[in-house]
Design a protein around this ligand. Structure first.
Ligand code: FMN
Ligand code: SF4
Ligand code: SF4
Length: 318
């Protein structure tokens, strides 16, 4: 046993040094309760999404399951009453990777959900990458769901064009993901959905392990705090603002007040949801003195159209 532990530790250290990801097994695997069903009928696909990419995958999963005859609710976490969670036979949860981790508002939300004892749970993340601690971010969600009695039956990570605003969007990493999601990404989503259903039928679970790699250590840095220091201006242009309240709805911490043109910098998570969703270019953010522009404007300037999966032509989920 000691030899095994020593071996795992040694691999982890070497891999970290080489920046290669290595999966570490989870200690409390045996602690999962029994699955409450092997034949789910009512499914909840829940997402957190700022620029619609996680939502797109969530909707696709919902459409596939609905096509198989299941009753599917597909909902935005920010508008969902968590008290309803125990009503479902399967919960699939999706979130973007922000700052090398699950967004903090998502983790906080999941920490206070009611007991979902025995409910099969699956998690996925969307990410801009190429790096970004995606695997561990999905583990983090599964761990939180398992902490409330959920039984992990699936996880995956789907890459797409990054929606992280910088004054100069077109760096090589950004360009490398500009064409995503593509047909292969959607196949990956279909495979993930099929695997989740197969595991539930067979009563199989998955382990909630973590990967160790040097770059993943970045998630331990106070990245949000560091970014907020670099955001030299964050306000609302009263002349442009049309008062639509989109920024208020999207802001996870109610930090923005467009009628007063203020942002509570202490509450702000630097998620750029206000900038990335304002339809009137009225959210003013500067990064070290340089004006930022949001994701829709980035797509427009680069003539990028995000590919939609064919299922959406017939699926009625919103
Ligand atoms: C504030 C912020 C931080 C981000 N951090 C990461 C990251 O650490 N790693 C990564 O791969 N992508 C990162 N991204 C890119 C997002 O994960 C990616 O664009 C995601 O698909 C957005 O999902 P959404 O459209 O559902 O909001 C970040 C994006 C934002 C806005
Ligand atoms: S005010 Fe801050 S937390 Fe709120 S949406 Fe804008 S960037 Fe995100
Ligand atoms: S989203 Fe833009 S236009 Fe709408 S209220 Fe906020 S700042 Fe004003």
């Amino acid at each position: 046993m000691d030899t095994r532990r020593y071996f795992i530790k040694k691999i982890a250290i070497v891999a970290a040094a080489l920046c290669l990801p290595v999966s570490l097994p989870c200690e409390n695997l045996a602690a999962y309760p029994d699955l409450k069903t092997h034949n789910p009928k009512r499914v909840l696909v829940l997402w957190y999404s700022q620029t619609g990419q996680t939502r797109r995958y969530a909707k696709l999963i919902g459409c596939i399951l609905e096509g198989k005859g299941l009753t599917v609710d597909a909902r935005d976490m920010q508008e969902f009453d968590k008290k309803l969670l125990p009503n479902y036979d399967l919960i699939v949860f999706g979130t973007p990777v922000f700052y090398y981790d699950t967004p903090s508002n998502v983790s906080e939300w999941l920490k206070t959900i009611p007991s979902i004892e025995g409910t099969p749970v699956a998690a996925f993340v969307s990410f801009g990458g190429p790096e970004g601690n995606q695997y561990n971010s999905s583990s983090h969600i599964l761990k939180l769901l398992a902490g409330r009695g959920g039984v992990p039956v699936g996880r995956d990570t789907f890459r797409n064009v990054a929606s992280y605003p910088t004054p100069k969007w077109n760096n090589p990493k950004q360009i490398s993901g500009q064409h995503l999601p593509d047909a292969g990404t959607y196949d990956q989503v279909r495979r993930f959905t099929a695997e989740v259903m197969t595991r539930i039928t067979r009563g199989e679970t998955i382990s909630v392990g973590y990967e160790v790699a040097l770059r993943e250590g970045l998630s331990l840095l106070p990245l949000v705090w560091m970014n907020k220091k670099a955001i030299s201006k964050h306000t609302v242009d009263a002349k442009k603002c049309i008062g639509c309240q989109t920024c208020v709805r999207k802001c996870p911490t109610k930090a923005i007040n467009p009628s007063k043109q203020t942002v509570d910098r202490d509450k702000c998570l630097a998620c750029f949801g206000c900038l990335n969703n304002c339809p009137a270019d009225a959210v003013v953010m500067e990064y070290r003195g340089e004006r930022l522009y949001g994701f829709p404007e980035y797509l427009k300037r680069n003539k990028i159209t995000i590919m939609e999966p064919p299922e959406f032509k017939t699926c009625e989920l919103s």
